[in-house]
Ligand binder design. Structure first.
Ligand SMILES: *[C@@H]1O[C@H](CO)[C@@H](O)[C@H](O)[C@H]1NC(C)=O
Ligand SMILES: *[C@@H]1O[C@H](CO)[C@@H](O)[C@H](O)[C@H]1NC(C)=O
Ligand SMILES: *[C@@H]1O[C@H](CO)[C@@H](O)[C@H](O)[C@H]1NC(C)=O
Ligand SMILES: *[C@@H]1O[C@H](CO)[C@@H](O)[C@H](O)[C@H]1NC(C)=O
Ligand SMILES: *[C@@H]1O[C@H](CO)[C@@H](O)[C@H](O)[C@H]1NC(C)=O
Ligand SMILES: *[C@@H]1O[C@H](CO)[C@@H](O)[C@H](O)[C@H]1NC(C)=O
Length: 352
């Protein structure tokens, strides 16, 4: 840890500070432990890397910042023909129960069998919410979208009332997906299609990959008046509105309105233009398209100080809200360090 102090401590005589420091260190140890586990898990799962096409674009500027998201305005009477009628009813009930009642916002994540194993990604993900600062109250807003029946039954066991089984005829999404293999691509596009249908139902959503650890509540750091906010991949250039930033589809906040519904349709259709590309790559291609500017979609990138990842280094564990376990490949040295940290921090009381 290079940065072990919080900014909150005033200069005080050392002695009264000690218990405080000890408490803080205990907390940090938890964080580090979780963090290490994320890294391990993310290696097992998939490294989310994409080659980033840089697009030129006109970007509307708007004041960035703070406050919880606003309520979804238009309710669109919408029927998703890719979801069976009975499942649609279940989905409607889950969304109603899970959404923040003032804003119709849900937190959505996706799970397959590989991630649902006991003591694997899913448990770690939930544990993160319980341990994080101000994150436990967000648990009730999470909707877990399960891609196969094993994932679904495990979800029902651990996290009842918030599990939705997204059936996809003819495809088995249960095993780990090799990055860019055919089923993996289909899974990612199915995800995009599904998220688009949430918008059509009038729900704002924050989508998060499951290989994340929520250390703090990210909502206060999201802009209130932006249609589409998305985390950065390996590079954030410091300008929140600059579409040269590489988007990372693993964490995004999207407001339900006509612009985002249009945008999701356009994005989903664009898979036909860029064959054998995943949704993130395609997003990076289309984010500056004339059509996207025409519909007036506002887009903002979330800084890596708020949603961090291993693709770049300027996150600070004492400040970052969400850590995403991507980009771990090639970070052997960092892993070695973290393993050491883990040994230290798990030596005494920590067990997950
Ligand atoms: C939505 O569509 C369904 C089926 O077409 C219809 O029964 C229902 O009344 C509609 N609801 C609203 C609010 O328009
Ligand atoms: C939101 O809904 C829950 C459960 O239905 C209820 O307990 C809570 O008071 C509601 N909160 C607000 C702000 O309406
Ligand atoms: C999961 O972890 C707990 C606590 O570390 C342990 O007791 C349990 O046996 C583990 N379960 C599996 C299936 O590995
Ligand atoms: C949790 O967050 C609040 C608000 O940012 C802060 O005041 C508090 O010190 C934090 N608690 C811990 C244990 O870090
Ligand atoms: C951020 O990027 C946008 C679009 O590229 C540009 O118009 C704006 O001037 C940039 N802002 C800063 C502060 O560089
Ligand atoms: C959204 O689109 C619907 C249908 O095209 C239209 O009736 C509605 O007025 C639009 N809402 C806004 C806020 O533009």
């Amino acid at each position: 840890m290079t940065n072990s102090g919080g900014g909150d401590i005033e200069l005080q005589p050392l002695k009264p500070m000690l218990p405080q420091l000890q408490t803080m260190w205990r907390e940090l140890k938890w964080i580090v432990t979780l963090f290490v586990l994320t890294v391990f898990l993310s290696i097992v799962v998939y490294p989310s890397r994409s080659l980033v096409p840089q697009m030129l674009s006109q970007v509307p500027s708007f004041p960035a910042f703070v406050q919880p998201p606003i309520a979804a305005k238009n309710e669109i009477n919408y029927t998703d023909t890719t979801i069976e009628a009975e499942d649609r009813r279940k989905l409607a009930r889950i969304l109603k129960e899970a959404s923040m009642n003032d804003t119709k916002t849900v937190i959505v994540t996706l799970m397959n069998q590989a991630w649902a194993e006991p003591n694997s990604t899913f448990d770690l993900f939930l544990e993160g919410f319980r341990i994080g600062n101000g994150t436990e109250r967000l648990l009730r807003h999470i909707v877990v979208v399960c891609l196969d029946d094993k994932a679904y039954s495990r979800c029902l066991e651990v996290f009842p009332h918030r599990c939705f089984f997204l059936r996809t005829t003819g495809i088995d999404f249960s095993s780990e997906k090799r990055f860019m293999a055919g089923d993996y691509l289909r899974m990612m596009w199915r995800r995009t299609q599904f998220l688009g249908s949430l918008l059509k139902l009038g729900y704002n959503f924050l989508f998060t990959d499951m290989d994340t650890i929520w250390l703090r509540d990210p909502f206060p750091r999201l802009a209130v008046d932006v249609d589409f906010q998305i985390a950065c991949d390996f590079f954030f250039n410091g300008n929140f509105t600059d579409r040269h930033n590489a988007a990372n589809g693993g964490f995004k906040m999207v407001m339900a309105n006509n612009r985002t519904v249009d945008f999701y349709n356009y994005w989903y259709k664009s898979r036909l233009r860029f064959r054998r590309r995943n949704e993130q790559e395609v997003l990076n291609w289309i984010k500056g398209d004339r059509y996207v500017n025409k519909i007036g979609l506002t887009m903002r990138f979330i800084g890596t100080t708020d949603v961090g990842n291993f693709c770049q280094r300027n996150w600070d564990i004492t400040k970052v809200c969400v850590m995403h376990g991507n980009c771990c490949i090639g970070q052997g040295n960092k892993l070695m360090d973290l393993r050491q940290e883990k040994k230290v921090s798990t030596a005494d009381e920590v067990s997950i």
